[in-house]
Structures are given as C-alpha cells and as structure tokens.
Design a binder for this molecule. Sequence first.
Ligand code: UGA
Ligand code: MN
Length: 308
Amino acid sequence: MSEMRIRPRQVLILIIVFLVILLIVHRNGKHTCQGPEFLQAIYARDNEKSLPKIYAITPTYTRPSQKAELTRLSHIFMLLSNLHWVIIEDANTTTPVVRNLLRQAGLSERSTHLNIKTPVGYKLKNKDPNWLKPRGVEQRNLALNWIRTNVNPEQRSVIFFMDDDNSYSVELFVEMMKIEPGRVGVWPVGLVGGLMVEKPILNEDNTHVIGFNAAWRPERPFPIDMAAFAISTDLLFKYPQAQFAYEVERGYQESEILRHITTREKLQPLANNCRDVLVWHTRTEKTNLVSEVKLNKEGKRSDEGMEV
Ligand code: UGA
Ligand code: MN
C-alpha cells in the first residue's frame, strides 16, 4: 500500500496561495472602507470649506418613477458635502414626495426647493408630449434667478444642470471642481444623440475644443447635451441675460444659454481630456400600471397609505 506523503514543496505552494488570497482580500477591504481614490484625493488636498460649491439644478415633475429617480440622485449629495441641490418642481406647489425625500436624505440645509409650472398654453402648442415640448425651461430659469440673487458672486462656485433621470458618476462632480473662473467645463456624455458617446474633439495638445462628434444636428453652435457642461458661476453675474427660452428650436437649449457666456475656444476640457464617460443620458421607461388602473376602478390601490 502506497503511503500519502505531503512534500515540503506542496506545503510551500499552499502557503503562497493563502498569502496571495489574504493580500487581495485585505486590499479590497481597504478600498471599500476609504472610498475611491478620486474622492480621497480631494478630501486630502483641500479642507471641505475650500472646495468650490456646486449648485446642481434639477427640474422635476410628478410621475410614478419620480421618487426612484430622485433617490438615486440624492446619494451623490450624501457623498459630496459641497453640493447644493436646487430642485424645482414643474407644479403649482411643492409636493410632499420631494419635501420628504430631501428631509430624509439629510439635505434640508443643502437644498433649495422651488416650484413653477410650465405654462399650459405652451404644452398645447406641441402635439408630441414626449419630444417637442422643451422640458425644464421655466424651472431652470427660476433656478438661475435664485442663484443670481442668493449666491455670493465673490465665492468660487459652479452650476450644473442635472436632469433627474440621467445616471451620474460621483467622479463627474470632482471634475467640475476643476472649472476655472470665467470658464465652462465640458466632457463626454454616454448614450445620447443616437451615439454610444457624444464628445468634444480636442486639439493635439488636449488644451482646446476644436469640434464635436455629434451626429444629431451637428450644425448647432454647441452640439452637446445639457449634461455635458457646467458653468463657473461668475459668468452668470457677468452675463445677466443668459438663460433658457421657449422660442428656440428643439435641441437648441444648450446653445441658447452657452452662446451668451462663452465661445467654443474658451471651453475647458475635463474628464481625462474628454476620454472618460462619467454621465449617461439614460431615460426611464414609462411605468406599466395596467393592473393598478383596474384596482383603482374597484376603488382600491396597491399603495394605500404608502409613498412609492
Ligand atoms: C434632453 C436633455 O437632456 C434635457 O436636459 C432637455 O431639457 C431636454 O432634452 C429638452 O430639450 O427638452 P430628455 O431626456 O429628452 O432630455 O428630457 P427629460 O429628462 O424628459 O426632461 C428634462 C428635465 O426636465 C428632467 O429633469 C425632467 O424631470 C424635467 N421635466 C420634464 C419637467 O420638469 N417637466 C416636464 O413636463 C418634463
Ligand atoms: Mn432625460
């Protein structure tokens, strides 16, 4: 009968494998506890007070998925203390859904909750409610007014138009903090304009924007999405006429505000020389409520006494 023998070499290999596993587990643990490197870097470099404030401007309207969308966004605010949320409801009053959400996320102090309804007459002019109506015009203009009256022009800050249904990386906001006074920062946006990514094209030295790859209406002065840029707030004070307008053609809202305050040459490329995608123009599908409608006809509802 042959005897089972463990050779020293096998023991050594086992020990090495064990040590490697231990090392991997240890390193991963460290990463989860301390957060990603880009966050560690900003908090190590600056103390929180010296970070530029970012005013994120979000128009929003009541629909079944609203709370889900806003909850997703609220987590970014929990990670970055220098973000202020200007949230404007497309409604005649502010609603408890949004109010509760801000309170429960601990954002009451770091948010401004406003409301203004898109004029009904305007909505009627356009037949296709999904596309043709410019969304968020009235709401973003109200937010711009609020910023012009409430933000200290001397304090370094940035404004960003943050739609409620897109997907944002926290890293995008870290990039915005690099925007220089008097400039507009730009970066790629994923899943928009019929492309995987719409992006600015840079010169050889990566210092300037010399064009854009947009396929949809590339003739626009700034053929980019609302999520593709953020503005140093001093420009809002310098150009008080800069705002959004109903009269402009579909897809021209971004160009409408930017044409007042900057030129293509002055844009500041960010996100690893416009090579990283840190925001995606996702759109939530319309919620299917066929069974809910049937319930409602029987005088019942699945969310009785609940906020969904
Ligand atoms: C694209 C751009 O990403 C928007 O920034 C731009 O406002 C819009 O086109 C446009 O020019 O009409 P899209 O996904 O088509 O976005 O628009 P939505 O996400 O439906 O709306 C943009 C924002 O306006 C959202 O935050 C949404 O909650 C809000 N909105 C939408 C209202 O406040 N009221 C509405 O009736 C519809
Ligand atoms: Mn959207």
